[in-house]
Ligand binder design. Sequence first.
Ligand code: FE2
Length: 300
Amino acid sequence: MSIESCTDFLRTAYASEELMRTLRAMTGPKEIIALGRRHGYDFHLGDLATASMSFAPESAPGPRPAASPPPSESVFYHHEYDIADLPGFGDIIDLLPRLKVQPDTVDLARFADRYREEDRASTDLSPVSQEFRRWQNRVEREESARGADPQQRGFHLVNLDEHVDHSGYDSYLDAKSAAVGALERAFGTEVRFSGSMWYPPSSYRLWHTNETQPGWRMYLIDFDAPFTDPEHTTFFRYLHPRTGELVTLRERPRIARFFKIEQDPDRLFWHCIVNPTQRHRWSFGFVVPDDWRERLGLPA
Ligand SMILES: [Fe+2]
């Protein structure tokens, strides 16, 4: 019965521009199930998997892999702007307060207990160094030995889209859907969320490449309050694919960062994010078109 309910929901969603925009604002199956329930359809995770396959195998809703960009030489590896300087982003600034949620379903004391200084310290190493590889191999062995997924250890942060049962979720989802609408007006084409992350104090995302999802990303980053010391901030760090140098980008409120994820083994975009401060950091990721600069009327 619930596969049928799920298929009905997908059919309704595909016929509605508004629902499709909301689906582009979602990054996890839990959100799709919650959206279905909001519209009177009751189905579970397994139903969604089955119904998506039989309903529209070529275009399932929710997160979709970005089309592989044509091979090209990337000279610049990142671009950063104040959100306020980006044409058409005024609505996004207005939506930020509703996007920056702290779900009460997250236990911050338990979160803090999972912090590991040795993991944070791994972000000071080059991800292609022997020292890093040795450390990573040891961690993988340890995690596997205790039956845990070694990948999970790389995420000491909160994926907001996995929390759909808190009192602020409906307002958060409406704000995400409005953000997709605002960005689609600014870029003049389809845009979708790739991830909505909350980095509470002392959090991190360890070195990774995202190589399975190539293409341009835009991250909108904001905080609960500005930093008082410009030398003690959150940061985004990447390994320059050409020079092997570690580039550390210190952060401030309301910035938009663009970077390109590559699949070519010689040009992998190794990066990590660290919040060593007492501030709360939010980052909202989007898949944006390859020609985003032209579309926003920015100089190449
Ligand atoms: Fe990433």
